[in-house]
Design a protein around this ligand. Structure first.
Ligand SMILES: [Zn+2]
Length: 934
């Protein structure tokens, strides 16, 4: 398989030498005097479109150089550079009118551009390729206008062109790709063959195109997807697994099965689960939302209805229910030999209740995924699909930008400012901006200079003494002396960046102001946290998921943290917590804090198992955990990971001073969360997601282990280097909380950030701030993040609202709250799940995303639905079995295509109204039907 697809690249010569001059040979003669020819014009029109960013990258690499160089100047003189407006005016296909007769054909020219990268020639091999061979031939075609190169096609084109005196006519022709499509000077026989293959490729039954190579590709992708499904369901990290999502309306079985590609697999909800209650309850909505479908005129509501800020229910620990040990079920837990907590039934104390993949199994599965994503053909395939998706997006935007805007204008009340946005990745101790921290420090020096704040070197020090020892007064303090911005000197210096957490470069100030566990029991940090909470609440539409550390140095950390939260009443309707676990085993080991890795595992997880067994043993922890949505794993990913062992030892044998690699860390977080989640689910307690930092720097296999184990990730910028994995992240819609401003300061400059590409491709990305203390300047760092991205990447209002919607969906807030933010069935794909009057995301957009994802999923799923597929070797056999398959195929194929075939398919309609001649799968569902009819 590998060699087949790779060998598709070179064989220019055989084809060209027999039919026409080779590109290099034809070059000199054609350059200056080449006549007006649609092929040229077409190409030029396309090249001017590269402004939109769509095709620029492809053209230079894909077209044989001589062609490119000659075609551009000649056509410049021909048609000039019609503007985009011209394009859409002159050609109905570009206007959104649904009745446009040629609307669908726009895609053809698009496909052609794409196909230039697919330099294929040999027809036998073409079968194995992923694009239409007719299209592929175009990419190889000698330059039109050269002697012999055009053959009969030139005449045809010449005739067609008569009467089209001006450039616009040519342009139109270019867009009505069907005519131009035959511009390739191939031999008749070859053309027939190509058409035949093309027919196979776009035929009604997609399975007919399933050749051995494709089959192998799909199978490998499917295997990876299945593996992830397995890991997610075993660890209960799916949406329907968390009892906090059972709000009385949503239950796992209430979701329709067609949502399977998106979020939900139906499971029966155990009978004894009650509706999840959030305490303190979220505030009532100020405005009564109007039903968008309602026909009666809007009722004018008085502003300020419902609870005001002051009327929010305050947290009262006394009113929290803390259950006791569960009677009758008889559960015990212990750490097994492999460093994983297991839960046992008392009746069978040797067999664990829940399935947890073993370390060996995990590394084997990891190997499977690694092999798939490093395989050459898989990479090329994924790369092309991603390119295709991005190009398709660009086309979608060209066609629909104004329609989207019109749709948004029709929505009353909503705009970007009042749709909900969640800061999906922000570290709590860096969540205030510098000005805020500075003001707070000055305030404390002024108001309570004589408070004892720290014990250092055998002495108790007051705040005044601390600043005296630093030789500073409150007056001296400024943002410059604080020196916490990571803008100039931290690039690729994570070590330096870590030091930026120290105000004035002093670790003792960090300890006083930014730690929860210090001499003043984290009181200062709690006070400043409350101020942040209040800012968020005032903004109303901004939420945050703060990372707060558990190090694994001692089992007492959890109780201390929980007490800090409870006693300082750090509860807000706008805030949920994630626990970040710094990968600092080596540091603890060197300082003698722990002996082996298993101790770290025990320190992190034992209290969680204890509190699950008997919440009354750690009541504060139990209540705090209700507001914890997941675990994060943090550290400098760019540190080198030395492979010490051929086979990884279990944690109790890991006693070197070397830190375990990322994948090993992640396994032990995953495995221990797995038993924990299952047990908590059984008890009706909320479960946790694993949402580590992954792919910020370092090895790309971090992302692979995250793909298996993690519900979503932060950063992910390295996905740009691993197309196959990126494609898998797309297919699974794994959430990626990206922070381009943070990357800009640390690892990747802003303009090179893959964020806009990911967004266009359709990955499930959101914007987040990471560390406002180091990176942001304004009081609303999340809006700053959106605003910079919008300016630099030219995001439209619809884009911003879609990003905001993504962030809410990715967040760990409870179902009841998300429903209020996003709409009743927000978890459904497409327009069913998009309530535009809440999200302000155009339905057109939602439907486009759904249809596009559905298409990719259907394509990959072909292997599943067509087990009796082609033999691995014989192409002839393939044709005959195709025939056989097509006779039985309709029901199968209809099923596969069903979601796309609905007549009210907005997404498909969006991409071209009539869609009768489409050859590009997924642009329009009806495309295949037309091919069938010919
Ligand atoms: Zn971070």
């Amino acid at each position: 398989m590998a060699d087949t697809i790779d060998s598709l690249r070179p064989p220019l010569t055989t084809h060209d030498s027999s039919t026409a001059p080779t590109p290099s040979g034809s070059n000199p003669s054609s350059a200056p005097g080449s006549p007006k020819h649609p092929f040229f014009d077409y190409r030029d029109e396309r090249s001017h479109l590269t402004d939109a960013g769509a095709f620029r990258a492809e053209l230079p690499t894909a077209i044989p150089p001589p062609v490119a160089s000659t075609s551009v100047p000649s056509s410049h003189t021909l048609t000039g550079q019609p503007s985009l407006e011209h394009l859409s005016l002159s050609n109905p296909s570009l206007s959104p009118a649904p009745s446009s007769p040629s609307g669908s054909t726009t895609s053809t020219s698009h496909t052609r551009t794409r196909s230039r990268s697919d330099s294929l020639a040999s027809k036998a091999k073409v079968k194995g390729d992923l694009t239409s061979p007719r299209i592929a031939n175009l990419g190889l075609s000698p330059i039109p206008g050269t002697p012999g190169g055009l053959a009969s096609v030139a005449v045809e084109d010449q005739e067609q062109k008569e009467g089209q005196a001006n450039g616009l006519g040519l342009l139109e022709e270019a867009w009505n790709g069907a005519k131009v499509d035959h511009g390739a000077p191939v031999l008749n026989a070859e053309r027939e063959e190509a058409d035949e293959i093309d027919e196979v490729f776009t035929a009604q039954n997609p399975h007919e195109a399933l050749t051995a190579e494709l089959r192998a590709l799909y199978e490998s992708f499917q295997r990876c997807l299945d593996l992830r499904d397995k890991y997610m369901s075993l660890s209960r990290q799916r949406l329907e697994d968390n009892p906090a999502n059972y709000d009385g309306h949503f239950s796992p079985s209430s979701s329709p099965s067609y949502a399977a590609t998106s979020y939900i697999r139906p499971v029966e909800l155990p009978k004894d689960f009650e509706k999840w209650r959030i305490y303190p309850p979220p505030p009532e909505p100020h405005w009564k939302e109007r039903d968008p479908e309602a026909t009666e005129p809007p009722v004018v509501e008085g502003a300020g209805e419902g609870t005001s800020e002051e009327e929010r229910v305050r947290f009262d620990f006394g009113r929290c229910e803390v259950p006791a040990r569960e009677e009758g079920r008889g559960r015990t837990f212990r750490l097994d030999e492999g460093g994983v907590y297991q839960v046992y039934d008392e009746d069978s104390p040797t067999t664990p209740l829940y399935t947890v993949p073993t370390l060996k199994q995990y590394f084997q599965d990891l190997d499977v995924v690694l092999n798939v994503i490093s395989d050459g053909p898989t990479k090329s395939f994924a790369f092309r699909r991603l390119r295709y998706l991005e190009s398709k997006w660009n086309l979608y935007v060209l066609l629909n930008e104004y329609r989207e805007l019109a749709e948004m204008k029709r929505v009353s009340h909503r705009d970007f400012y009042n749709v909900r946005k969640v800061d999906t990745h922000v570290h709590h101790s860096a969540s205030m901006n510098q000005k805020h921290l500075l003001r707070f420090i000055k305030f404390k020096i002024r108001r309570s200079p004589n408070e004892v704040v720290i014990y250092r070197d055998g002495k108790h020090l007051t705040l005044r003494q601390v600043f005296e020892s630093l030789n500073l007064t409150a007056y001296d303090l400024s943002i410059d002396t604080l020196d916490m911005h990571a803008h100039q000197d931290s690039f690729h210096r994570f070590d330096k960046f870590n030091l930026k957490y120290n105000p004035l470069g002093e670790s003792r100030l960090r300890e006083i102001f930014l730690k929860t566990d210090n001499y003043i029991e984290g009181r200062y940090l709690a006070e400043i946290t409350k101020e942040i909470f209040s800012d968020l609440q005032q903004s109303k539409y901004q939420m945050a998921e703060y990372r707060i550390s558990i190090y694994g140095r001692s089992t007492a950390e959890w109780d201390k943290l929980a007490k800090w939260v409870i006693e300082n009443e750090l509860f807000s309707d706008n805030v949920r917590w994630l626990i970040q676990i710094p990968r600092l085993y080596d540091v603890f080991k060197k300082s003698g804090g722990v002996n082996d890795f298993q101790e770290v595992v025990r320190n992190i997880f034992e209290p969680l198992y204890e509190v699950t067994a008997d919440p009354s043993s750690h009541p504060e922890l139990h209540v705090f955990l209700q507001r914890v949505v997941g675990f994060d794993s943090v550290d400098d990913e760019s540190k080198a990971e030395r492979r010490l062992y051929r086979k990884f030892p279990v944690p109790k044998d890991w006693n070197t001073t070397q830190n375990p690699p990322y994948a090993y860390w992640l396994y032990f977080l995953y495995a221990n969360i797995t038993s924990l989640n299952n047990w908590r689910h059984e008890r009706g307690f909320n479960t946790f997601w694993l949402r580590p930092h992954a792919g910020e720097a370092g090895d790309t296999d971090h992302l692979t282990s995250a793909f298996l184990t993690s519900q979503s990730i932060s950063h992910g910028i390295l996905l740009r280097k691993v197309p196959a994995l990126q494609y898998l992240f797309y297919l699974k819609q794994i959430g990626i909380a990206m922070s381009p401003l943070s990357n800009n300061a640390l690892f990747l400059t802003y303009e090179r950030n893959p964020f806009p590409n990911f967004f266009r491709t359709g990955l499930n990305v959101s914007l987040s701030t990471d560390d406002p203390l180091q990176f942001h300047f304004t009081k609303e760092p999340l809006l700053e993040e959106y605003s910079v991205a919008a300016q630099i990447y030219k995001l439209s209002p619809a884009d911003m609202c879609e990003l905001a919607r993504n962030s809410c969906a990715q967040s760990g807030f409870e179902m009841e709250i998300k429903r209020h933010w996003l709409g009743q069935d927000w978890y459904l794909p497409g327009k069913d799940g998009n309530w535009i009057h809440k999200t302000n995301v155009p339905n057109l957009r939602a439907e486009y995303r759904r249809a596009t994802l559905q298409e990719e999923m259907n394509m990959i799923a072909m292997v599943k639905e067509n087990p009796s597929a082609l033999d691995n070797s014989a192409v002839e056999q393939a044709t005959s079995s195709d025939a056989a398959a097509s006779s039985q195929a309709p029901p199968l194929s209809q099923r596969a295509q069903e979601p796309l075939m609905t007549s009210d398919n907005v997404g498909a309609a969006a991409m071209g109204a009539s869609g009768t001649n489409l050859h590009m799968p997924g642009l329009n569902a009806s495309g295949s039907a037309s091919v069938n009819g010919r």
